[in-house]
Design a protein around this ligand. Sequence first.
Ligand code: FE2
Ligand code: FE2
Length: 310
Amino acid sequence: MSSRQLPLTSLVIVIQCLNQVKPNASKRGSAIGIRVSTPAADVVAFTDVAPIPRLGFLPVNAYLVQAEQPLLVDSGLPTSRPDFLQTLWSQIEPADLRWIYLTHPDRDHTGSLMEILEAAPAARLITTFLGLGILSLEYQIGLDRIFLLNPGQSLDLGDRGVTAFRPPVYDSPATTGFYDLRTGTCFTSDCFGSPVASVDQAGVDDVSELPADDLLAGQLLWATIDSPWVTSLDRTAFRASLEPLRQLDPSVVLCTHLPPAHAATTQLLDTLGTAPDGNPFVGPDQAALEKLLAELEPRVPEPSSSVISV
Ligand SMILES: [Fe+2]
Ligand SMILES: [Fe+2]
């Protein structure tokens, strides 16, 4: 093994050191289980957690909309695939699932996508033309399983419609969110996300349970990480782009990387509106990584004076 190749245990130590957490700080997580909750009418949430070095823990949410034609929003982390599938199928029979709404084809949203399509033959994948193109670089999905939905277009789920929209910030050109025309719940993909300080914080029932200053700082940080172009935007123009969502004023905002936000749209938008004033995010560079790795080098113990050499 070369000095650049680390065994898994070393990688875990690196992540723990970068995160500055104790090895047993988490009681939950992808290896232990996915939290199931009901954050809004007709919605089941599946909450997983991804550690992000130096930043804390990122909630990773998927949602099941229990419409007449049930709809799954995103499909979890690849590293949690067995847990995710087991948890999902505990909430719905595979044969009953009719739609998979992929907010965008990032890896933290496509973890169990192919397995779900295979297990649920009646389900069609909602994405965009760009989303389909990106997916086709890795997967083979029959076009009869695809439904292309652009921002501004609606889809009938039997007992309600959903309308797609382009969130104000995103990290993929394929991104869309949508709102439920019956309940007013709005699904915003990565927009409004935030890392949190602990695994338990990722599982709270409402963002109001998070320390307000931490939430503010976390959302601004996430906006500059996930959408680095936001710091180069004209702030007046950007704030104007938030108005359609402000006018919509959804009763519940369900983000893929934030606990549920009830009656908090104004707060979320006011925070996001200041993102153009934020500092561009710069991650640790190679020098920082090598410094950390050097600190992790096993140390040869000094010979004790009581040891007798022969
Ligand atoms: Fe993303
Ligand atoms: Fe994401």
